[in-house]
Design a protein around this ligand. Structure first.
Ligand code: SAH
Length: 225
């Protein structure tokens, strides 16, 4: 056994548990979400130079002007995703904005399968590598513009966007299963710098929208790169 590796592993396990305690104090109540946040090795999703800060209460740069969301935001969105399902059992989830793949890895622990779309080809490749390192096997990544969703895999129990939209893309609404839920950061205000989480439930009587916590995300951009 490689003792130095085990040493790092134990340190990050302890740091991860401190992060979980913080999430509990910050109001995360779903025990499954807390335990998943304690399992997923967040340090494997950031650059080595930043690994020491991986469990801090901050978002971090992941290259190409993009960021990995802070742990509270990831936990909060996952909690909202799970709360939509009967007994918390999610079948198919669609994520828009794979980034480094961390939110995808967390979702993969609470869903049967996660499809995730990323517009930047380099980040898609990096996320594939990160998810392999973290031994996540039920995530399917695709390079493309998330505005179109993934019609071939629809309908989804949950559609989660990790980049801020100024309007709800129609294609995504249509790809939501009956009883399904979309969770997205909405940008408002003159400069689009005022953001909040929007939850949209698809019921038999139509779509019901609820405005939630204030958040801060990079913008949802058109096209691919
Ligand atoms: N969930 C990510 C957060 C990434 S930041 C994580 O855990 O790391 C948001 C990501 O959304 C960026 O990588 C950005 O390139 C991507 N993005 C922005 N607009 C997009 C679009 N239209 N389609 C797909 N991805 C998009």
């Amino acid at each position: 056994m490689n003792t130095s590796y085990t040493g790092i592993g134990m340190t990050s396990q302890r740091t991860r548990m401190r992060m979980v305690e913080r999430l509990r104090q910050q109001g995360i109540k779903d025990e499954i979400v807390l335990s998943v946040m304690g399992e997923v090795p967040r340090h494997l999703f950031v650059e080595e130079a930043l690994a020491g800060r991986a469990y801090d209460d901050v978002s971090l740069p992941i290259g190409f002007g993009q960021t990995i969301s802070n742990p509270l935001t990831v936990a909060r969105m996952t909690e909202l995703a799970r709360a939509s399902a009967a007994q918390g059992e999610l079948n198919k989830v669609l994520e828009i904005g794979t980034g480094c793949g961390y939110q995808c890895a967390v979702l993969a622990k609470v869903a049967k399968v996660v499809h995730s779309v990323e517009r930047l080809v380099q980040l898609t490749a990096q996320a594939r590598k990160n998810l392999r390192n973290a031994r996540v096997t039920n995530a399917r990544l695709r390079h493309g513009d998330g505005h179109a969703g993934m019609p071939t895999e629809a309908p989804f129990d949950v559609i989660l966007l990790t980049a801020a939209a100024t309007h709800v893309p129609n294609a995504l609404r249509e790809q939501l299963a009956a009883g399904g839920r979309m969770i997205l950061p909405m940008a408002k205000g003159i400069r689009g710098d005022e953001q909040y989480l929007l939850v949209i439930d698809r019921t038999t009587r139509g779509f019901i929208e609820k405005r939630m916590d204030a958040v801060k995300f990079v913008p949802l951009l058109p096209g691919t790169g």
